[in-house]
Write a protein that binds this ligand. Sequence first.
Ligand SMILES: Cc1cc2nc3c(=O)[nH]c(=O)nc-3n(C[C@H](O)[C@H](O)[C@H](O)COP(=O)(O)OP(=O)(O)OC[C@H]3O[C@@H](n4cnc5c(N)ncnc54)[C@H](O)[C@@H]3O)c2cc1C
Length: 355
Amino acid sequence: MKEFNYTIIGGGCAGLSLAYELNLHKKLDNKTLAIIEPRDEYKRDKTWSFWKVIHHNFDDCVKKNWKNFTINSPSEITHLKCDDFPYQSIDSGLFYDKINKELKKNKNIYFFKDIKDINTKNSFIFNSIPSANSNDNNLWQHFCGVEIQTKNNIFDDTIINLMDFNCDQKSSVHFFYTLPFEKNKALIETTWLSPMKDSSIMDYDNQIKNYIEQNLKIKNYKIIFKEQGAIPLFYPLNKDEKNKINIGTAGGMTRLSTGYTFLNIQEHSKYIRKNFDNIRDLNKFKIQNKYRFLDEIFLKVLKNNPEKMPKIFCDMFKVPAKTVIKFLSNKSNFFEDLSIIFKMPKSTFIKALFK
Ligand SMILES: Cc1cc2nc3c(=O)[nH]c(=O)nc-3n(C[C@H](O)[C@H](O)[C@H](O)COP(=O)(O)OP(=O)(O)OC[C@H]3O[C@@H](n4cnc5c(N)ncnc54)[C@H](O)[C@@H]3O)c2cc1C
């Protein structure tokens, strides 16, 4: 069986981002790479969104940028601006196409469906398959979204609704998320933060239909795309080994308080590329410890006080939007962290700290 210098297990977001970054910077001109990916065909399956706080390789896959967003609680609507860090959505279909076209031009890159098809004994492995670490108490961000097309132009496509808490919370945390791509097209998602034990909260189609028809008052529309997923809000068991680095969700690239992963994957890919010649002695790339610590407390509060979360999220956005965005995107300084911590209900967070 054929051997390769490097093997990427999983040609999804992290595997392909890394291969693209290595290929772009000519790290694979004299080395071979195998990418193991079981899927038969790539098509749009996700929409990756985030505040653009760093440069990335995929500006040409962006569906839309926005510079305004709102957070809605039952008692108030908070309008915020994000001129410095626009909110972006990447179409995964465009992302897969762009990368695969480019990678296929390099004769040193090979694609396989199964790891058993190659000999990995002497290969350096980049693994993006998470080892399950789930127990009944772990929280997930689970969601379903549909992109709808309406007959008339009804959306304001200059502003997104990041969180709308005007919906049934059912002892969990629940909000809707609306990204208007055009005046007559928007992605509308129902999002839950819960241990996924209560099946009654997973009738996503009904929730979305009711929200579109009753909250947004839209009657005439058709569904043109659907996505569904569950992001673990806990770290996987994967450990880096001598000849193996975990990437993507498996590599702990998800920010646990938000589920945002895409830009962390891009930063990790750049880190690996910059240190590629020294890959066997590389220090682990991690989301900074201060965020891991603060997110752990935040998730404890969320688990123990779901009813308080709409207000907590709204209060968080009472500091300048730029500060919150930097905090949620792992780019804040000590003083910015403090300004957010001071907005949180002190006794609730202190209790969580000592539990
Ligand atoms: C629907 C959805 C929407 C999301 N939206 C956002 C967002 O808006 N913003 C954000 O920052 N994050 C988002 N995330 C979280 C995160 O960015 C994505 O999950 C991202 O795809 C993680 O990349 P990954 O490479 O770790 O996993 P994946 O992209 O899932 O890639 C893993 C790959 O491994 C392949 N595979 C599976 N089993 C094997 C096997 N045995 N051998 C080899 N390959 C295998 C799979 O087919 C897949 O292609 C979203 C997640 C989901 C599910």
